[in-house]
Design a protein around this ligand. Structure first.
Ligand SMILES: [Zn+2]
Length: 534
């Protein structure tokens, strides 16, 4: 490797880039990249194949694209092809140790035929096909077109208290999903975590034949093994200078260090997707692995965990129906306009300090729907704490570009074009979450101001996104005087840095040579008081 390349690689791996991964795939005809990480892509396919109950289908899914990071391209009739599997007999079979109890020959067959249209029953192909969770091309998920390999709980989000409860239910759902995916994986493959090791391929040059490349590769860069309840898979990457580990499994929370990321299954395999239209509906989507979770279960689990909440005159089932927008009451909720049957008492202080509605100010007891009743009491309990609850949303991508160290190898990735799949949205949500976690840990200001992810061979500039369902401010919140009659419920002014402002800040940082720390300090002075009480 030349001196110049080495220098570029080292800078590429510097702290401001996170996490390190490899592009999952490109679109067949146009070769436009799908923004999703390779390891995540394989976990999504494997999760969908848990429903088959076949250890071979699941293991094959977890390994099927493992050579992608070797960056083997070959010119074809319709442009370059990204070669990423070998058809050489025994190549995968010999990677699988006897401690993993599968029919290794069948695993190999599934992998080697995952692009073969004649292999109709191929489990990887069937998940990646147009109805699967992976290929959905929409960048904004249209609720009616959610692919069949996903399941969903529908919630109605007309009003902030509904957001707050939906946020908690989403948290509960993710924990339930983490347990379910982990347990199902253990039943099928006797492990409950999958650990991917991105390792430097240490090859002198690029290759255009996968078997030549594999022959030149140090065998240590290609391993599959079991260690306790974890399955380890290495993913060799050409021109990667530093190893990086991404694990998916039965973890309690997303955790990161400089070179590793641990993602609970529930975080990796679910998404809160919005209709985008005026219906105010959202879906809590998750990859269909053969089990079903109901909204009633999630609400009940959530209520069981709650402590010290005043009496709510509704049942768990009422709350679930209300959250999904099907609860029929004789009255309308004073906060969201949905069906309500019971009056709820508001605290004196919250009334005078937080609401501007004449109705709220005059009556001490209001008709409130089951969702808002819980949401209101939750907020009463939580708003004094200085914790900033947020729902991480898929990060916005502002720019992608080919890394210079791949210039001479890859000629088809140009410009800023990319495609999104549902799985990609899930990954971008993880990116946002990683950013917010680093923000809370007061990480390196340069990373926070100019976040980039390496998804080799490209780098991705992104803007983290989140929704704050709970405000820590004494400012007036609801302006309801004209609301119920006009079906309009407006939260009082809420200010966070929006995407345009984020881009302006990034540009200022990139081009004006402002010190990162002083810029960050200034931003905090401007924005933070809005999130704190008083
Ligand atoms: Zn309501």
């Amino acid at each position: 490797m030349g001196q110049g390349t080495m220098r570029v690689s080292e800078r590429a791996m510097s702290k401001e880039y996170f996490p390190i991964g490899v592009l999952a795939r490109t679109e067949q005809q146009s070769k436009i990249p799908f923004l999703d990480d390779l390891s995540h892509h394989m976990v999504v396919v494997a999760a969908a194949n848990l429903a088959t109950g076949s250890p071979e289908a699941v293991l094959a899914s977890l390994m099927h694209d493992m050579f992608k990071g070797l960056m083997v391209w070959r010119a074809g009739v319709r442009g370059s092809n990204w070669l990423h599997f070998s058809t050489k007999p025994g190549i995968y079979e010999k990677l699988i140790p006897p401690s993993i109890r599968v029919n290794a020959k069948q695993v190999e067959s599934f992998i080697q035929k995952h692009h073969d249209s004649r292999d109709i029953a191929n489990p990887i192909r069937s998940v990646e096909s147009i109805q699967g969770p992976v290929t959905s091309l929409e960048s904004k998920i249209i609720l009616d077109q959610v692919p069949s390999k996903t399941k969903a709980l529908v919630v109605k989000l007309s009003g902030r208290y509904r957001w707050l409860l939906a946020f908690y239910i989403n948290q509960v759902l993710k924990q339930q999903l983490t347990d379910h995916y982990g347990n199902t994986l253990r039943e099928i493959l006797a492990v409950q975590n999958v650990v991917y090791h991105y390792v430097p391929a240490n090859l002198e040059r690029g290759y255009s034949d996968i078997d030549d490349c594999l022959e030149a590769l140090n065998p240590k860069a290609l391993q599959v093994y079991r260690d306790g309840d974890s399955l380890h898979i290495t993913l060799p990457v050409l021109r990667l200078s530093r190893p990086m580990t991404i694990s998916y499994g039965k973890f309690n929370a997303l955790e990161q260090t400089q070179d590793s990321l641990r993602v609970p299954f529930g975080e990796a395999l679910s998404l809160m997707a919005f209709d985008g239209a005026t219906s105010g509906k959202a879906k809590l989507l998750y990859v269909d692995a053969g089990f079903t979770i109901t909204l009633d279960q999630s609400v009940q689990t959530f209520l069981n965990k709650l402590k010290g909440l005043p009496h709510i005159a509704y049942s768990a089932s009422d709350i679930a129906r209300s959250l999904e927008g099907t609860f029929r009451g004789s009255y309308r909720c004073s906060f969201c306009g949905e069906g309500a049957d019971s009056k709820h008492r508001l605290s004196k202080t919250s009334k005078t300090s937080r609401f501007t509605s004449i109705q709220v100010l005059l009556d001490s007891r209001l008709y409130v729907c089951p969702t808002c009743a819980v949401g209101y009491e939750l907020e009463e309990q939580l708003r004094r704490k200085q914790d900033h609850f947020r729902i991480p949303m898929p990060a916005l991508v502002s720019k992608i570009r080919l890394r210079p160290e791949y210039d001479e190898l890859i000629n088809f990735i140009r410009g800023d074009n990319y495609l999104m799949s549902l799985a990609g949205e899930m990954w971008l949500q993880i990116l946002s979450e990683v950013w917010y976690q680093r923000y809370q840990q007061r990480d390196d200001a340069s990373y926070l101001l100019d976040p980039k992810a390496l998804m080799l061979p490209v780098e991705v500039e992104f803007i983290p996104q989140a929704i704050y369902p709970l405000l820590h401010t004494q400012q007036k919140k609801f302006a309801l005087e004209s609301s119920l009659a006009s079906s309009l419920v407006l939260p009082a002014s809420v200010k966070d840095i929006d995407a345009d402002e984020f881009q302006s800040i990034r540009r200022a940082y990139q081009h004006l040579g402002v010190s990162a720390d002083s810029l960050l300090k200034r931003i905090k002075q401007i924005y933070e008081p809005l999130y704190k009480g008083g």
